[in-house]
Design a protein around this ligand. Structure first.
Ligand code: SF4
Ligand code: SF4
Length: 252
């Protein structure tokens, strides 16, 4: 499911809609604490707040967290730098698993805390390209075969259990920034800008999204400043006229 493509085009969003949950939707799940989801897990993407929280917990810088536990690549759908936890060791365990326990349990990455649920942002209306200024958060129940069905949860109770805000201001703004940047990068790629320019841009985006934070200060005000700069950058790129092709220049 290519969420970023759906965001851009609106295609396939109806299938997604059928699986979306609201805050009062119920699902049956009780974790057995077997730890299997912390092994051979290649899908845990970290956002900047996750990295900030882990850095604080571990007494590291955000750069050290990224270098020690993750790998960074350019997402094929988002066309943006993606940071994901890198399983290591002979058993392919999560690098944050220590003595069979999550070493950052009280601030574990949002993806881990939400499991077996996931979150997506959707636009105001289904079937239309998403407006980054009108995002809504929806939840989706991933396919899972672990745990037991002994407990009935609501999405709301699950979020409360892990201290995840129902109206997560960060998550909305994070996605607004990502969607805006994706649209800008896709435009540049369609205009066939050079790899050097794209690399410089990716490097600046990576720095602003994931590294330029002081972990002795609150996260959100710092992210709001970064978000403003990055949205303004995207807007400038999206509004800019593409450079004239050589044949057009000759015609002039
Ligand atoms: S961060 Fe914690 S909960 Fe998430 S996979 Fe790693 S050890 Fe497991
Ligand atoms: S979420 Fe599932 S795999 Fe992970 S510890 Fe709980 S029961 Fe085990």
């Amino acid at each position: 499911m290519d969420i970023f493509r759906m965001m851009k085009t609106g295609e396939g969003i109806e299938q997604l809609e059928e699986h979306l949950l609201d805050l009062d939707s119920e699902f049956r799940f009780k974790c057995r604490r077997c730890g299997k989801c912390c092994i051979h897990q290649e899908t845990i993407i970290l956002n900047a707040r996750d990295i900030y929280n882990i850095a604080k917990k571990k007494g590291m810088t955000m750069q050290q967290v990224i270098e020690s536990y993750t790998e960074v690549y350019i997402g094929s759908g988002s066309r943006l730098p993606v940071v994901h936890l890198l399983s290591n060791g002979p058993k392919g365990a999560c690098p944050l698993l220590e003595d069979g326990r999550c070493s950052v349990h009280d601030c574990k990455p949002t993806v881990c805390a939400l499991y077996p649920m996931g979150r997506v942002v959707v636009g105001e209306k289904f079937g239309e390209p998403v407006d980054p200024d009108k995002l809504r958060v929806k939840y989706i129940l991933n396919e899972y075969s672990c745990g037991s069905a002994k407990r009935v949860n609501t999405v709301r109770s699950w979020l409360a259990k892990f201290g995840i805000p129902e109206n997560d201001e960060f998550y909305i703004l994070w996605n607004k920034v990502l969607i805006s940047l994706t649209l800008a990068i896709v435009k540049l790629e369609e205009e066939k800008v050079s790899k050097t320019v794209l690399d410089m841009l990716w490097s600046a985006i990576y720095q602003a999204l994931f590294l330029d934070y002081d972990i002795t200060q609150d996260f959100m005000p710092q992210f709001q400043v970064a978000a403003k700069k990055l949205c303004s950058l995207s807007e400038t790129i999206i509004k800019a006229q593409p450079p004239a092709s050589p044949s057009e220049e000759e015609a002039d």
